[in-house]
Write a protein that binds this ligand. Structure first.
Ligand code: FE2
Ligand code: FE2
Length: 315
């Protein structure tokens, strides 16, 4: 595991200035998931929950055979599936943040912002839970393997590795939700929840990127190799769990066939690459791509149809 940063007073440092700015922004732009979303408004008949071209089967022969009602329903279930994965990941992140502050000066702005982020993630998870209810979908979750695998991460992950992992879900969801909140043809409930999440997650992304950029140059060769592999593993798990196979059964499709079709869908690979582009550029800048983990990155679909250079610098 990467060595945690030493416990020192951060007063007056750049880290403190970043945290102070983020705290001010959190105070100015905060949302309450209970009152800031109109949970009683009826769903709009026939409107997609996710842009059609971002649905996992879009563009495949299977998609062509589906009725419009099935397509819209699939978009509803895929949003619920991703909301469930979002809650799972936020719970992991909350534990990582709690462990991050444990060894640090508790009066620092850096720690106070971590507390603020935890509070915001609590609200997001509440909001996503309500969204799943509102969409009348099951709680799909990430599946038993990912559920178990994350136990090690949330118990032992720290430093650069922890913050870089946080960015996997935060950057991917952020890019996806920015498109959703801007698309006026979508269901108002998914646009609203996407907007709330985008506004608050922009701060989380800044906080995590700052920690990664501060710590990554100081990783030893062994720490860097372990971190690269751990990030590749996490990226693969997250990318392959965003859409639970159960969503296909829910709309009357054969789940095994539909899951295989989606995984091989070139449109899907383009979508995953679109959602992860900023993350991959950042990882590459920080030297966090490369080594044996590249095979997992390619298998995850997050690199789309592109192949990175062996050194991980050519993305
Ligand atoms: Fe969140
Ligand atoms: Fe977040």
């Amino acid at each position: 595991m990467p060595t945690p940063h030493p416990t020192v007073s951060d007063s007056g440092t750049d880290r403190e200035r970043v945290a102070e700015r983020l705290l001010t922004a959190s105070h100015a732009h905060a949302f309450d998931p209970i009152t800031d979303v109109d949970w009683d408004a009826p769903l709009v008949d026939g409107a997609y929950f996710l842009p059609a071209h971002r649905v996992s089967l879009y563009g495949t022969p299977l998609w062509e055979r589906m009725s419009e009602r099935q397509r819209v329903d699939l978009s509803r279930h895929e949003v619920a599936s991703m909301a469930g994965v979002g809650i799972w990941f936020e719970v992991v992140l909350m534990q990582l943040l709690i462990r991050h502050v444990y060894d640090r000066p508790l009066t620092s702005r850096h720690v106070q912002y971590a507390f603020m982020e935890i509070a915001e993630e609590c609200r997001h998870s509440t909001m996503f839970g309500r969204l799943i209810d509102k969409l009348e979908c099951p709680e799909y979750g990430p599946g038993p393997y990912a559920h178990m695998a994350a136990r090690a991460l949330k118990t032992f992950g720290s430093g650069v590795q922890a913050f870089a992992m946080a960015l996997i879900a935060e950057e991917v969801l952020d890019t996806m939700q920015r498109e959703m909140m801007a698309d006026e043809s979508l269901q108002p409930i998914t646009r609203r929840t996407a907007r709330i999440h985008v506004v608050e997650e922009a701060r989380h992304v800044r906080y995590a990127r700052d920690e990664v950029a501060r710590g990554a140059p100081h990783l030893s060769r062994a720490e860097r190799a372990i971190t690269r592999l751990a990030l590749a593993r996490a990226a693969h798990i997250i990318a392959t769990r965003l859409v639970h196979p159960g969503v296909y059964a829910a709309v009357g499709l054969d789940p095994a066939e539909a899951y295989r079709t989606a995984r091989a869908n070139p449109h899907r690979l383009d979508t995953l690459a679109h959602w992860s582009r900023r993350l991959i550029v950042f990882y590459d800048e920080q030297g966090l791509l490369g080594g044996p983990g590249l095979r997992l990155w390619r298998a995850s679909g997050l690199m789309g149809r592109r192949t990175p250079s062996p050194a991980g610098r050519g993305v």
